[in-house]
Ligand binder design. Sequence first.
Ligand code: PRT
Ligand code: MG
Length: 208
Amino acid sequence: MLTIAVSKGRIYEDALPLLAEAGIIPVDDPKKSRKLILDTTREDVKIVIIRATDVPTFVEYGAADLGIAGKDVLLEHGAESLYEPLDLKIAACRLMTATPKDLTELPRRIRVATKYVKTAQSYFASRGIQAEIIKLYGSMELAPLVGLADCIVDLVDTGNTLKANGLEPRDLITEISSRLIVNKAAMKMKHAEIQALIDNFKQTLASR
Ligand code: PRT
Ligand code: MG
């Protein structure tokens, strides 16, 4: 039996076609069902539906053999405890700094609101910028508008969310896409099944 951990939102939507190519089609639709464990058209494969930020944890501890997680989430979690064999190139976006639109100068020591605390810390440290990081769990765009922070670090896709809040993107921290991650013990114990799945995903991606 193989268990794959996937989050419910955009990653799930983008992962469905890849999984389908590997013969894995969920029997229930997580949008309609409240089930957290989905049977699939493959008797040996189940999908567990969890929060995006919890995917690495489930896979690290072997609660799931495999997972699909954003690089943003993996950077924060730390990836030493997992294998990351494949860039699935789905749910792509950019991790960026953003500030109010008309801002010209930042203070010498900046306050940064983000949910990506570790990534932001090492980014500003590597550039020699003194930054105080303020951890938020959502609505980062609000922080500069109410004087909580000078700058935010967040994911940007179309840029519409920033624009709607009078912000604009500044510096690219890193390109983001979703990765296939694998539990280290499972990679040994279930090598043939997992390798077959990796090869299948690779083929599908190559034909895109
Ligand atoms: O909702 P929950 O807290 O459980 O998790 P989540 O909201 O992080 O999950 P989900 O499914 O929305 O997204 C999970 C993953 O999708 C992230 O970890 C990224 O790897 C990837 N992803 C790709 C994105 C985006 N693109 C994205 N644009 N995740 C979030 N956004 C948000 C961004 O934070 C901002 O609020 O969309 C807004 C910006 O979009 P634009 O198009 O307005 O620029
Ligand atoms: Mg969400």
